[in-house]
Design a protein. Structure first.
Ligand code: IPD
Ligand code: CA
Length: 271
């Protein structure tokens, strides 16, 4: 078991505080399915409340830092060099709305160097239903509930299981939808299978944990992937955009996998 740093403790405390409300609201969603208005407004309120709780907890611990949040947008830190919290209070919103118990709270720390380059230096992904807390700090490895993580050792596409995100109505252009279908056809024909679990932060955390061997998705936002990309890297995985560049964070295009599979997955996606 690894001991957690003070910073990870702060992130965990904020995640747990927000998860209490989320779990309570998740229990209500089932009852709301039958109401005429539907649960969508309720879920968006749950999302906003979770973000407020996280923000309050983090600001208490690091008053000078900035924020970049899915719901609340950008809040500048005390100065330009201050680290920024990148927050997705509820990744897997559609699952939550449908009563599917697979969602997470994702928090990352983003720092900017003197050349203006941004990088993620700490990240946590908390799945409150399974009580799984994934965390990583740059150069310190990735962990799940204190146990060190390592990406899978599977080397062959035929044994590999992939995660992905399927574009949907209002998410991605017609061209993106067509490209995705081609990519899916290519990967499913040569692999052990493809899953669409519905929470990108957890897809990435699950690569770090060796549960799935690779993942691809386009059109993701910074808060979906900031913590997850660090988890994959710190567990020994590779991350790139669709053109093999180190630009996943900036472009929202992610190809992530264990090192043995990443190159092959890139080739297959491009066919
Ligand atoms: C979504 C999830 C989903 C991914 C979407 C994201 P949200 O985030 O991560 O898996 O396919 O692209 O927008 O809306 O549930 O926070
Ligand atoms: Ca998200």
């Amino acid at each position: 078991m690894a001991s957690q740093s003070a910073l990870i403790n702060v992130m965990q405390k904020a995640s747990i505080a927000a998860s209490r409300g989320l779990l309570r609201d998740f229990g209500e969603v089932e009852n709301l399915q039958v109401s005429r208005k539907g649960p969508a407004d309720f879920v968006s309120r749950a999302d906003i409340n979770a973000e407020r709780t996280i923000r309050r907890e983090l600001a208490k611990a690091r008053p000078d830092w900035g924020f970049q949040m899915e719901e609340g947008g950008v809040i500048e830190g005390a100065d330009k060099s201050a680290p920024v919290w990148v927050i997705d209070p509820l990744d897997g919103t559609t699952n939550f709305l449908h009563g599917i118990p697979h969602f997470a709270i994702s928090i990352a720390v983003m720092e900017t160097d003197s050349q203006g380059r941004r990088s993620i230096t700490a990240g946590t992904v908390f799945d409150p239903v399974k009580n799984e807390f994934f965390f990583a700090e740059r150069g310190q490895g990735a962990f799940l509930n204190g146990r060190r993580l390592r990406v899978s050792g599977r080397r062959h596409m035929a044994d590999a299981l992939f995660g992905t995100g399927i574009p949907f109505l209002g998410h991605g252009s017609d061209d993106d939808h067509a490209t995705f279908l081609k990519q899916l056809g290519n990967v499913m024909a040569v692999s052990s299978g493809v899953r669409r679990n519905g929470a990108a932060a957890l897809d990435l955390a699950w690569i770090a944990a060796g549960r799935i061997d690779g993942f691809w998705e386009k059109g993701l936002s910074l808060w979906d992937i900031a913590a997850g990309l660090l988890l994959v890297r710190e567990a020994g995985g590779f991350v790139s955009d669709f053109a093999s560049r180190d630009k996943a964070l900036e472009s929202g295009e992610v190809v992530a996998a264990n090192p043995a599979i990443h190159g092959e997955l890139m080739k297959i996606l491009r066919r």
